[in-house]
Structures are given as structure tokens and as C-alpha cells.
Design a protein around this ligand. Sequence first.
Ligand code: SF4
Length: 266
Amino acid sequence: MFDRFERRIDYLRISVTDRCNLACAYCRPMPAPPPAPQEALLSFEEIAAFAACAAELGIRKIRLTGGEPLLRREIPVLVSMLSSIPKIADLSMTTNGLLLPRFAAELKAAGLRRVNVSLDTVDPERFRDLTRGGDVREVFFGIEAALAAGLTPVKINCVVAESPAEPDAEAVSRWCSHRGLTPRFIPRMDLSEGRFGVVHGGTGGDCRRCNRLRLTSTGLLKPCLFDDLSLDIRALGHREALLRAAAGKPERGTLGTTHAFHSIGG
Ligand code: SF4
């Protein structure tokens, strides 16, 4: 499908939970808001049915996000349901890596292609500060598990304040090059201020060629991260919600005042 600005919309990011086992300062406010109630979450059957409808309309890439997607119970079952949709050519996940040692092999067997792992610093103390208590060694173990399971290429998502020339980013870059990994540098975003930039080494943040839609874990379809339009797929029906999303997608992002990163997965 195409939007009003002739951009091909072929990428769907699905947030499967707003819960996370880290609390990155730029993402999760404190005190942490209560997670969405279990009964409000889309079931795996609802997500798979929506993805199948989206594939009929031209979606070819799906990325699972959160919060932390590996906290959603039995997530390999959902991966298996999505990977069996014939027109979906690429199924990936963005994770903080902490639970990858437990799930990597099972995710691969279920049909997951590859993962992006978040790593903003390789310095243990800085990591503990940035994530409010995390242990960077657990991310390293997660990356190793993803490589061992063949969830490749493993890409590293590194959030920067301004540029990849910052000390933490340069250290992540060196760490990646020693391991043959590809870092991507994501400028820190602020929904309420409408601040965002193009991802270095990726396609995100470039409105001119934006190809994505986002689905929240409670069934709101969002044509743009920096816009308040949300379409309830349960109320509208899958096809109608998708068509309205493509028709309502703005030319470029402005502000996002009705949602937060931790519930939409960036
Ligand atoms: S701000 Fe909106 S249109 Fe621009 S890249 Fe992000 S999601 Fe796409």
C-alpha cells in the first residue's frame, strides 16, 4: 500500500508489551507507569490475524518490539504464527538482550530471522546508571547467544545524545568492529518536543522515505511516531484501520503527546 505522499508502506512494528526489565532514563519515566492490564493486550491470535491482513495490503517486514518483547510470555509461539504468513519476507526483533540466552535458539527455530540489540555503552558503571541498575555483561551474553543461534545479522542499536562521535558511541563502535557487528546510532528523541533525527546506519527518522506503521500492545495502530493519530484495530476492523492509517499518515512527524516510548517501542 502507498500513502498520500506516494511512500510505499511495507513495514509494521508491533509492540507486544509495555513492560521492561530495564529502566533507561530516556525511555521509562519514574515512577514507572502501571503496565497495560493483561486483558487489554492483543492476543497472539489477534496480532497474527492483523499481520495477515496487513500482508495482504503490502506489509512485508515485521519487527517485534516492546517495552522488552521477550517479557511477553510464550513469545516464540507468536513468532511461529507470524513466520508462517507467506508474504512476510522479514521477521525481526528489537530487544535489550537480557533474555536472549534463554530464548535465542527457540526464537530461531520458530522462524525469527534476526535481532537488533540495544547497547548505549560498554562501560559497566555508565550502563548501570543509564539503565537504572542493569548489568552490561548480560547484554554481552545475549549478543553471543543471538550469534550462536544464527539470529544474524545482529545489529546494535546505540542511542546517542547528539552524534556517534560521543565517547560512549565511539567505544560501542570499536567494540562492534572487533566482533564484526554493525552499530546503528539513534539520536535521542523527545515526543513532547518533537525532537528526532535520522538513524545513522539505518532508515528510521527519515520522513521522506518513511515506510512504517506501528501497532501498540493494546491494539492502537499509529501511522507516525511523532503524531497523535491512533486507530483502534478492534473497533474499526483490521482492513479499515490499515487503510485509514495509510490515508492519515502525515508527510512528516511533529509531536507525540498521547503516547510514550516505553509503550510503543520507538
Ligand atoms: S516521524 Fe513519522 S513520518 Fe517521520 S520517520 Fe518517524 S514515523 Fe516516519
